[in-house]
Ligand binder design. Structure first.
Ligand code: SAH
Ligand code: SF4
Ligand code: F3S
Length: 476
Protein backbone atom coordinates (compact mmCIF):
# COMPACT_ATOMS: atom_id res chain seq x y z
CA UNK A 1 0.00 0.00 0.00
CA UNK A 2 1.33 3.44 -0.88
CA UNK A 3 1.99 5.60 2.13
CA UNK A 4 0.50 9.09 2.12
CA UNK A 5 2.87 10.29 4.83
CA UNK A 6 6.61 10.88 5.05
CA UNK A 7 8.71 8.72 7.34
CA UNK A 8 11.51 10.31 9.36
CA UNK A 9 15.04 8.97 8.94
CA UNK A 10 17.62 8.47 11.69
CA UNK A 11 20.19 8.29 8.92
CA UNK A 12 19.37 11.82 7.74
CA UNK A 13 19.30 12.95 11.35
CA UNK A 14 22.95 11.95 11.71
CA UNK A 15 24.07 14.71 9.33
CA UNK A 16 25.39 17.97 10.73
CA UNK A 17 26.37 21.26 9.12
CA UNK A 18 28.68 23.88 10.54
CA UNK A 19 26.33 26.82 10.11
CA UNK A 20 25.07 28.81 13.05
CA UNK A 21 21.38 28.18 13.58
CA UNK A 22 18.79 30.64 12.39
CA UNK A 23 16.46 32.15 14.94
CA UNK A 24 12.75 32.66 14.39
CA UNK A 25 10.04 34.23 16.47
CA UNK A 26 6.79 32.27 16.87
CA UNK A 27 3.32 33.70 16.68
CA UNK A 28 0.11 31.69 16.79
CA UNK A 29 -2.06 31.97 13.68
CA UNK A 30 -5.40 33.66 14.43
CA UNK A 31 -7.16 30.69 12.80
CA UNK A 32 -6.16 28.38 15.65
CA UNK A 33 -7.24 30.62 18.51
CA UNK A 34 -10.48 29.65 20.17
CA UNK A 35 -10.83 26.21 18.56
CA UNK A 36 -10.22 24.62 21.95
CA UNK A 37 -12.97 26.57 23.76
CA UNK A 38 -14.80 24.30 26.24
CA UNK A 39 -12.44 21.46 25.40
CA UNK A 40 -9.78 19.78 27.49
CA UNK A 41 -6.35 18.22 26.98
CA UNK A 42 -4.18 15.81 28.92
CA UNK A 43 -0.40 15.34 28.52
CA UNK A 44 1.65 12.30 29.56
CA UNK A 45 5.38 13.00 29.72
CA UNK A 46 8.21 10.45 29.61
CA UNK A 47 11.97 10.92 29.54
CA UNK A 48 14.31 13.67 30.57
CA UNK A 49 13.95 17.30 31.61
CA UNK A 50 14.10 18.38 27.96
CA UNK A 51 10.85 16.50 27.48
CA UNK A 52 9.32 18.00 30.64
CA UNK A 53 10.08 21.45 29.24
CA UNK A 54 8.71 20.50 25.82
CA UNK A 55 5.46 19.35 27.43
CA UNK A 56 5.17 22.80 29.01
CA UNK A 57 5.47 24.27 25.52
CA UNK A 58 2.77 21.90 24.20
CA UNK A 59 0.55 22.98 27.10
CA UNK A 60 1.30 26.65 26.34
CA UNK A 61 0.25 26.17 22.72
CA UNK A 62 -2.97 24.35 23.62
CA UNK A 63 -3.84 26.95 26.24
CA UNK A 64 -3.34 29.65 23.60
CA UNK A 65 -5.84 27.75 21.42
CA UNK A 66 -8.40 27.94 24.22
CA UNK A 67 -8.05 24.37 25.54
CA UNK A 68 -7.94 23.68 29.25
CA UNK A 69 -5.61 21.17 30.91
CA UNK A 70 -7.14 18.20 32.78
CA UNK A 71 -5.81 15.45 35.05
CA UNK A 72 -7.83 12.53 33.72
CA UNK A 73 -7.47 10.95 30.29
CA UNK A 74 -11.19 10.16 30.20
CA UNK A 75 -12.10 13.88 30.41
CA UNK A 76 -9.81 14.90 27.57
CA UNK A 77 -10.61 15.90 23.98
CA UNK A 78 -6.91 15.80 23.12
CA UNK A 79 -4.39 13.38 24.64
CA UNK A 80 -0.70 13.93 23.97
CA UNK A 81 2.00 11.40 24.84
CA UNK A 82 5.48 12.97 24.88
CA UNK A 83 7.75 9.95 24.45
CA UNK A 84 11.34 8.95 25.23
CA UNK A 85 13.47 6.62 23.07
CA UNK A 86 16.58 6.34 25.24
CA UNK A 87 15.97 2.72 26.29
CA UNK A 88 13.79 -0.13 25.10
CA UNK A 89 11.72 -0.33 28.30
CA UNK A 90 10.73 3.35 27.94
CA UNK A 91 9.46 2.59 24.45
CA UNK A 92 7.53 -0.50 25.51
CA UNK A 93 5.75 1.44 28.21
CA UNK A 94 4.59 4.03 25.69
CA UNK A 95 3.32 1.39 23.26
CA UNK A 96 1.34 -0.12 26.13
CA UNK A 97 -0.15 3.27 26.92
CA UNK A 98 -1.11 3.91 23.32
CA UNK A 99 -2.69 0.45 23.17
CA UNK A 100 -4.80 1.24 26.23
CA UNK A 101 -6.15 4.41 24.57
CA UNK A 102 -7.98 2.34 21.97
CA UNK A 103 -10.92 1.94 24.31
CA UNK A 104 -11.25 5.69 24.95
CA UNK A 105 -11.12 6.35 21.22
CA UNK A 106 -13.88 3.79 20.65
CA UNK A 107 -16.07 5.51 23.24
CA UNK A 108 -15.29 8.96 21.85
CA UNK A 109 -14.35 8.92 18.14
CA UNK A 110 -13.71 12.70 18.28
CA UNK A 111 -10.88 12.20 20.76
CA UNK A 112 -7.59 13.34 19.23
CA UNK A 113 -4.52 11.28 20.16
CA UNK A 114 -1.12 12.83 19.41
CA UNK A 115 2.28 11.18 19.86
CA UNK A 116 5.33 13.42 20.11
CA UNK A 117 8.84 13.30 21.54
CA UNK A 118 11.88 11.21 20.71
CA UNK A 119 10.10 8.01 19.62
CA UNK A 120 8.35 10.03 16.92
CA UNK A 121 11.78 10.65 15.35
CA UNK A 122 12.27 6.93 14.67
CA UNK A 123 11.04 5.56 11.37
CA UNK A 124 10.35 2.12 12.90
CA UNK A 125 8.04 3.68 15.53
CA UNK A 126 6.20 5.86 13.03
CA UNK A 127 5.64 2.86 10.72
CA UNK A 128 4.47 0.72 13.62
CA UNK A 129 2.01 3.33 14.91
CA UNK A 130 0.64 4.08 11.44
CA UNK A 131 0.13 0.39 10.70
CA UNK A 132 -0.88 -1.10 14.05
CA UNK A 133 -2.13 1.72 16.29
CA UNK A 134 -4.86 3.26 14.21
CA UNK A 135 -6.29 5.14 17.20
CA UNK A 136 -3.41 7.63 16.90
CA UNK A 137 -4.32 10.76 14.90
CA UNK A 138 -1.11 12.79 14.99
CA UNK A 139 2.60 11.95 15.12
CA UNK A 140 4.77 15.03 15.53
CA UNK A 141 8.53 15.20 15.99
CA UNK A 142 10.72 17.01 18.49
CA UNK A 143 11.36 19.69 15.82
CA UNK A 144 7.65 20.07 15.03
CA UNK A 145 6.14 21.07 18.36
CA UNK A 146 5.06 24.48 17.10
CA UNK A 147 3.04 22.73 14.35
CA UNK A 148 0.78 21.16 16.95
CA UNK A 149 -1.99 23.82 16.64
CA UNK A 150 -2.06 23.40 12.86
CA UNK A 151 -2.04 19.59 13.09
CA UNK A 152 -4.92 19.57 15.57
CA UNK A 153 -6.88 22.06 13.47
CA UNK A 154 -6.34 19.95 10.33
CA UNK A 155 -7.40 16.70 12.02
CA UNK A 156 -10.60 18.36 13.23
CA UNK A 157 -11.22 19.67 9.69
CA UNK A 158 -10.48 16.60 7.55
CA UNK A 159 -10.40 13.68 10.05
CA UNK A 160 -7.25 12.34 8.38
CA UNK A 161 -4.23 11.05 10.30
CA UNK A 162 -1.16 13.31 10.24
CA UNK A 163 2.59 12.69 10.45
CA UNK A 164 4.91 15.69 10.68
CA UNK A 165 8.43 14.75 11.69
CA UNK A 166 11.48 16.63 10.42
CA UNK A 167 14.64 14.59 10.73
CA UNK A 168 16.91 17.60 10.78
CA UNK A 169 16.63 20.95 12.41
CA UNK A 170 18.97 23.88 12.38
CA UNK A 171 16.64 26.43 13.90
CA UNK A 172 15.85 28.03 17.20
CA UNK A 173 12.31 29.26 17.75
CA UNK A 174 11.73 31.91 20.38
CA UNK A 175 8.58 33.45 21.90
CA UNK A 176 6.67 30.17 21.93
CA UNK A 177 3.93 30.17 24.59
CA UNK A 178 4.66 28.14 27.72
CA UNK A 179 2.50 26.93 30.59
CA UNK A 180 4.86 25.94 33.37
CA UNK A 181 3.75 23.01 35.49
CA UNK A 182 5.39 24.34 38.67
CA UNK A 183 5.25 27.79 40.22
CA UNK A 184 8.53 27.72 42.15
CA UNK A 185 11.02 25.80 39.98
CA UNK A 186 11.48 26.24 36.23
CA UNK A 187 13.31 24.49 33.41
CA UNK A 188 15.18 26.86 31.12
CA UNK A 189 16.61 25.53 27.85
CA UNK A 190 19.99 27.02 27.10
CA UNK A 191 20.73 24.77 24.15
CA UNK A 192 19.12 22.05 22.09
CA UNK A 193 20.48 18.89 20.50
CA UNK A 194 23.71 16.98 20.97
CA UNK A 195 26.81 16.55 18.80
CA UNK A 196 28.67 14.10 21.02
CA UNK A 197 27.42 10.89 19.38
CA UNK A 198 28.19 8.47 22.19
CA UNK A 199 27.95 5.17 20.33
CA UNK A 200 25.03 3.79 22.39
CA UNK A 201 22.86 6.89 22.42
CA UNK A 202 19.85 7.84 20.29
CA UNK A 203 19.62 11.47 21.52
CA UNK A 204 21.85 13.11 18.84
CA UNK A 205 19.51 11.56 16.24
CA UNK A 206 16.24 12.50 17.90
CA UNK A 207 17.21 16.02 19.00
CA UNK A 208 19.33 17.31 16.15
CA UNK A 209 22.53 19.29 16.18
CA UNK A 210 23.79 21.38 19.08
CA UNK A 211 22.27 24.84 18.94
CA UNK A 212 22.61 27.43 21.67
CA UNK A 213 20.00 30.02 22.48
CA UNK A 214 21.01 33.66 22.50
CA UNK A 215 22.29 34.59 25.98
CA UNK A 216 19.96 37.63 25.99
CA UNK A 217 16.92 35.40 25.53
CA UNK A 218 18.07 33.10 28.35
CA UNK A 219 18.79 35.90 30.81
CA UNK A 220 15.51 37.64 29.93
CA UNK A 221 13.64 34.39 30.59
CA UNK A 222 15.28 33.99 34.01
CA UNK A 223 14.60 37.66 34.86
CA UNK A 224 10.95 37.14 34.03
CA UNK A 225 10.88 34.04 36.24
CA UNK A 226 12.38 36.05 39.11
CA UNK A 227 9.67 38.68 38.70
CA UNK A 228 7.05 35.90 38.79
CA UNK A 229 8.43 34.67 42.12
CA UNK A 230 10.30 31.57 40.93
CA UNK A 231 12.96 30.35 43.36
CA UNK A 232 14.93 27.97 41.20
CA UNK A 233 15.95 27.52 37.58
CA UNK A 234 17.56 24.48 36.04
CA UNK A 235 19.54 25.35 32.90
CA UNK A 236 19.03 22.54 30.41
CA UNK A 237 21.18 21.09 27.69
CA UNK A 238 22.49 17.62 26.84
CA UNK A 239 25.98 19.08 27.40
CA UNK A 240 25.72 22.47 29.00
CA UNK A 241 29.51 22.95 28.83
CA UNK A 242 29.24 23.10 25.04
CA UNK A 243 27.05 26.21 25.37
CA UNK A 244 27.97 28.97 22.93
CA UNK A 245 30.39 26.98 20.77
CA UNK A 246 28.03 26.94 17.80
CA UNK A 247 27.41 30.68 18.09
CA UNK A 248 31.07 31.31 17.31
CA UNK A 249 31.32 34.02 19.92
CA UNK A 250 33.74 34.43 22.79
CA UNK A 251 31.22 33.54 25.49
CA UNK A 252 31.07 30.20 27.28
CA UNK A 253 28.85 28.38 29.75
CA UNK A 254 30.96 29.81 32.58
CA UNK A 255 30.09 33.34 31.38
CA UNK A 256 26.43 32.42 31.10
CA UNK A 257 26.43 31.07 34.66
CA UNK A 258 27.77 34.42 35.88
CA UNK A 259 25.09 36.34 34.00
CA UNK A 260 22.27 34.09 35.18
CA UNK A 261 23.58 34.37 38.75
CA UNK A 262 23.30 38.19 38.50
CA UNK A 263 19.53 37.93 38.05
CA UNK A 264 19.39 37.13 41.77
CA UNK A 265 17.32 33.94 41.41
CA UNK A 266 17.89 32.09 44.71
CA UNK A 267 18.84 28.73 43.22
CA UNK A 268 20.54 27.80 39.96
CA UNK A 269 21.11 24.24 38.77
CA UNK A 270 22.25 22.88 35.43
CA UNK A 271 21.91 19.56 33.60
CA UNK A 272 23.93 17.84 32.17
CA UNK A 273 27.57 18.72 32.41
CA UNK A 274 29.74 16.38 30.37
CA UNK A 275 33.30 15.70 31.58
CA UNK A 276 34.48 16.99 28.20
CA UNK A 277 34.97 20.79 28.27
CA UNK A 278 34.39 21.19 31.99
CA UNK A 279 36.76 24.16 31.99
CA UNK A 280 38.24 26.44 34.63
CA UNK A 281 35.90 29.37 33.84
CA UNK A 282 33.02 27.06 34.64
CA UNK A 283 34.60 25.97 37.91
CA UNK A 284 35.32 29.61 38.83
CA UNK A 285 31.72 30.69 38.12
CA UNK A 286 30.34 27.84 40.19
CA UNK A 287 32.68 28.70 43.02
CA UNK A 288 32.08 32.47 42.97
CA UNK A 289 28.29 32.56 42.84
CA UNK A 290 26.47 31.57 45.99
CA UNK A 291 23.21 31.01 44.13
CA UNK A 292 24.72 28.26 41.99
CA UNK A 293 23.82 25.14 43.91
CA UNK A 294 26.52 22.83 45.32
CA UNK A 295 25.55 19.89 43.18
CA UNK A 296 27.20 18.46 40.08
CA UNK A 297 26.01 15.64 37.88
CA UNK A 298 29.00 14.24 36.02
CA UNK A 299 28.19 11.11 34.00
CA UNK A 300 31.03 8.57 33.90
CA UNK A 301 29.14 5.74 32.06
CA UNK A 302 32.01 3.27 32.59
CA UNK A 303 35.30 3.10 34.49
CA UNK A 304 37.08 1.05 31.84
CA UNK A 305 39.16 2.61 29.07
CA UNK A 306 38.29 0.12 26.35
CA UNK A 307 34.57 0.47 27.01
CA UNK A 308 34.85 4.27 27.21
CA UNK A 309 36.59 4.25 23.84
CA UNK A 310 33.93 1.98 22.32
CA UNK A 311 31.30 4.28 23.83
CA UNK A 312 32.99 7.26 22.12
CA UNK A 313 32.94 9.18 25.40
CA UNK A 314 36.08 11.21 24.53
CA UNK A 315 37.81 10.76 27.88
CA UNK A 316 39.82 8.06 29.62
CA UNK A 317 39.27 6.73 33.11
CA UNK A 318 42.32 8.68 34.25
CA UNK A 319 41.07 11.95 32.72
CA UNK A 320 37.65 11.54 34.30
CA UNK A 321 39.07 10.77 37.73
CA UNK A 322 41.52 13.68 37.49
CA UNK A 323 38.66 16.07 36.70
CA UNK A 324 36.54 14.56 39.44
CA UNK A 325 39.34 14.94 42.03
CA UNK A 326 39.91 18.54 40.94
CA UNK A 327 36.22 19.40 41.28
CA UNK A 328 36.02 17.69 44.65
CA UNK A 329 39.05 19.65 45.90
CA UNK A 330 37.92 23.01 44.50
CA UNK A 331 34.27 22.69 45.47
CA UNK A 332 34.14 21.45 49.06
CA UNK A 333 30.75 20.38 50.37
CA UNK A 334 29.38 19.76 46.90
CA UNK A 335 27.34 16.64 46.12
CA UNK A 336 28.29 14.62 43.05
CA UNK A 337 26.13 12.20 41.11
CA UNK A 338 26.68 10.22 37.93
CA UNK A 339 25.17 8.00 35.23
CA UNK A 340 26.48 4.49 34.64
CA UNK A 341 25.70 1.91 31.97
CA UNK A 342 26.42 -1.76 32.70
CA UNK A 343 26.49 -4.53 30.13
CA UNK A 344 27.74 -2.48 27.19
CA UNK A 345 28.46 -4.91 24.30
CA UNK A 346 31.06 -7.46 25.36
CA UNK A 347 31.77 -5.77 28.69
CA UNK A 348 34.17 -8.17 30.44
CA UNK A 349 34.16 -9.00 34.13
CA UNK A 350 37.37 -6.97 34.48
CA UNK A 351 35.82 -3.99 32.68
CA UNK A 352 32.87 -4.08 35.04
CA UNK A 353 35.27 -4.31 38.02
CA UNK A 354 36.88 -1.09 36.72
CA UNK A 355 33.48 0.61 36.94
CA UNK A 356 33.06 -0.59 40.52
CA UNK A 357 36.51 0.68 41.45
CA UNK A 358 35.74 4.08 39.89
CA UNK A 359 32.59 4.25 42.03
CA UNK A 360 34.69 3.40 45.10
CA UNK A 361 37.10 6.16 44.16
CA UNK A 362 34.44 8.83 43.60
CA UNK A 363 32.09 7.84 46.43
CA UNK A 364 29.15 9.40 44.61
CA UNK A 365 26.16 10.86 46.45
CA UNK A 366 24.00 8.94 44.00
CA UNK A 367 24.14 7.30 40.60
CA UNK A 368 21.56 6.61 37.91
CA UNK A 369 22.37 3.14 36.69
CA UNK A 370 21.13 1.42 33.54
CA UNK A 371 21.54 -1.83 31.70
CA UNK A 372 22.71 -1.10 28.17
CA UNK A 373 19.79 -1.03 25.76
CA UNK A 374 20.42 -1.61 22.08
CA UNK A 375 19.21 1.36 20.02
CA UNK A 376 18.71 0.65 16.34
CA UNK A 377 20.54 3.16 14.17
CA UNK A 378 23.37 3.80 16.65
CA UNK A 379 26.92 2.45 16.10
CA UNK A 380 26.83 0.28 19.25
CA UNK A 381 23.82 -1.60 17.86
CA UNK A 382 26.17 -3.28 15.39
CA UNK A 383 28.70 -4.35 18.04
CA UNK A 384 29.00 -7.98 19.02
CA UNK A 385 27.70 -8.85 22.46
CA UNK A 386 28.16 -12.21 24.14
CA UNK A 387 27.24 -11.18 27.66
CA UNK A 388 24.08 -12.84 28.98
CA UNK A 389 21.23 -10.69 30.24
CA UNK A 390 21.36 -12.58 33.52
CA UNK A 391 24.99 -11.49 34.01
CA UNK A 392 24.07 -7.90 33.17
CA UNK A 393 21.27 -7.97 35.73
CA UNK A 394 23.64 -9.32 38.40
CA UNK A 395 26.12 -6.57 37.59
CA UNK A 396 23.43 -3.92 37.89
CA UNK A 397 22.40 -5.25 41.28
CA UNK A 398 25.98 -5.38 42.52
CA UNK A 399 26.56 -1.84 41.31
CA UNK A 400 23.34 -0.57 42.90
CA UNK A 401 24.39 -2.01 46.26
CA UNK A 402 27.68 -0.15 46.07
CA UNK A 403 25.95 3.08 45.02
CA UNK A 404 23.53 2.79 47.95
CA UNK A 405 26.43 2.24 50.35
CA UNK A 406 28.14 5.49 49.34
CA UNK A 407 24.85 7.38 49.13
CA UNK A 408 24.22 6.44 52.74
CA UNK A 409 27.77 7.24 53.78
CA UNK A 410 27.57 10.71 52.17
CA UNK A 411 24.24 11.47 53.80
CA UNK A 412 25.63 10.89 57.31
CA UNK A 413 27.16 14.37 57.23
CA UNK A 414 23.64 15.84 57.38
CA UNK A 415 22.61 14.10 60.61
CA UNK A 416 21.50 16.69 63.22
CA UNK A 417 22.40 19.52 60.82
CA UNK A 418 20.13 22.41 59.88
CA UNK A 419 19.62 22.57 56.12
CA UNK A 420 17.78 24.92 53.78
CA UNK A 421 14.92 23.27 51.91
CA UNK A 422 13.00 24.60 48.92
CA UNK A 423 9.53 23.23 49.54
CA UNK A 424 7.87 21.26 46.72
CA UNK A 425 4.68 20.62 48.67
CA UNK A 426 3.15 17.78 50.62
CA UNK A 427 5.08 14.55 50.38
CA UNK A 428 3.78 12.00 47.87
CA UNK A 429 3.92 9.21 50.43
CA UNK A 430 2.64 10.83 53.58
CA UNK A 431 0.06 13.62 53.62
CA UNK A 432 1.19 15.12 56.95
CA UNK A 433 4.72 15.52 55.72
CA UNK A 434 6.26 18.11 53.39
CA UNK A 435 9.04 17.46 50.95
CA UNK A 436 11.68 19.48 49.16
CA UNK A 437 15.35 19.58 48.28
CA UNK A 438 18.49 20.93 49.93
CA UNK A 439 21.05 22.91 47.91
CA UNK A 440 22.95 19.61 47.43
CA UNK A 441 19.80 18.18 45.83
CA UNK A 442 19.03 15.87 48.76
CA UNK A 443 15.37 14.97 49.13
CA UNK A 444 14.07 15.94 52.57
CA UNK A 445 10.75 14.84 54.08
CA UNK A 446 9.88 16.95 57.10
CA UNK A 447 7.12 17.73 59.54
CA UNK A 448 5.96 21.29 60.11
CA UNK A 449 3.11 23.74 59.92
CA UNK A 450 2.14 26.68 57.73
CA UNK A 451 4.49 25.70 54.95
CA UNK A 452 3.79 26.44 51.28
CA UNK A 453 5.21 25.24 47.99
CA UNK A 454 8.05 27.57 47.07
CA UNK A 455 9.02 28.49 50.63
CA UNK A 456 12.70 28.35 51.53
CA UNK A 457 12.73 26.94 55.05
CA UNK A 458 15.19 25.69 57.63
CA UNK A 459 14.90 22.03 58.59
CA UNK A 460 16.73 20.08 61.26
CA UNK A 461 17.67 16.62 59.98
CA UNK A 462 16.66 13.89 62.42
CA UNK A 463 17.13 10.73 60.34
CA UNK A 464 19.40 9.85 57.47
CA UNK A 465 18.71 7.22 54.84
CA UNK A 466 20.50 6.34 51.59
CA UNK A 467 18.27 8.30 49.24
CA UNK A 468 16.42 10.76 51.47
CA UNK A 469 16.59 12.62 54.78
CA UNK A 470 13.91 13.15 57.42
CA UNK A 471 13.61 16.28 59.52
CA UNK A 472 11.57 18.86 61.42
CA UNK A 473 10.84 22.44 60.47
CA UNK A 474 12.69 24.98 62.59
CA UNK A 475 10.57 27.96 63.53
CA UNK A 476 12.42 31.21 63.06
N1 SAH B 1 23.47 14.09 27.77
C1 SAH B 1 23.48 13.35 28.96
C2 SAH B 1 22.69 12.07 28.95
C3 SAH B 1 21.33 11.97 28.43
S1 SAH B 1 20.67 10.33 28.41
C4 SAH B 1 24.91 12.96 29.23
O1 SAH B 1 25.67 12.69 28.35
O2 SAH B 1 25.22 12.88 30.37
C5 SAH B 1 20.74 9.91 30.15
C6 SAH B 1 21.49 8.67 30.44
O3 SAH B 1 20.86 7.56 29.87
C7 SAH B 1 22.90 8.61 29.93
O4 SAH B 1 23.82 9.31 30.70
C8 SAH B 1 23.19 7.13 29.90
O5 SAH B 1 23.72 6.70 31.13
C9 SAH B 1 21.81 6.52 29.70
N2 SAH B 1 21.67 5.95 28.36
C10 SAH B 1 21.70 6.61 27.18
N3 SAH B 1 21.57 5.71 26.16
C11 SAH B 1 21.46 4.49 26.72
C12 SAH B 1 21.32 3.17 26.20
N4 SAH B 1 21.28 2.94 24.89
N5 SAH B 1 21.22 2.14 27.09
C13 SAH B 1 21.28 2.36 28.42
N6 SAH B 1 21.41 3.57 28.95
C14 SAH B 1 21.52 4.63 28.12
FE1 SF4 C 1 23.76 10.89 24.49
FE2 SF4 C 1 26.35 11.19 24.78
FE3 SF4 C 1 24.88 13.21 23.83
FE4 SF4 C 1 24.67 12.49 26.38
S1 SF4 C 1 26.50 13.32 25.39
S2 SF4 C 1 22.98 12.92 24.96
S3 SF4 C 1 24.94 10.28 26.28
S4 SF4 C 1 25.26 11.27 22.83
FE1 F3S D 1 14.56 10.42 26.19
FE2 F3S D 1 14.70 12.09 24.21
FE3 F3S D 1 15.29 12.91 26.64
S1 F3S D 1 15.34 9.98 24.16
S2 F3S D 1 16.10 11.07 27.58
S3 F3S D 1 13.33 12.22 25.95
S4 F3S D 1 16.24 13.58 24.77
Amino acid sequence: MKKDYLLPSLNDARKRNKETSEKFSFSLDERYKGIGEHKKYHIITHGCQANQRDSETMAGLLDAMGYEMCDQQKDADVIIINTCAVRQNAEEKVLGEIGALKRLKRENPDLIIAIGGCMAQEEKTVSLIMEKYRQVDIIFGTHNITSLPKLIYDVISDKKRKVEVYSKMGEIIESVPVTRFMSHKAWVNIMYGCDKFCSYCIVPYTRGKERSRDKKDIVAEVEELVSQGYKEVCLLGQNVNAYGKDLKIDYTFGDLLNDVAKTGIPRIRFMTSHPWDFDDTMIASIKNNKNIMPYIHLPIQSGNDEILRKMNRRYTREEYLALFDKLKAELPGFAFTTDIIVGFPNESKEAFEDTLSAVRHCEYDNAFTFIYSRREGTPAAAMEDHVDMEVKEQRLQQLNELVAYYANKNNQRFKDQVVEVLVDGLSKRNSNVYSGYTPENKLVNFTGENVKTGDLVKVKITKVMSFSLNGELIKE
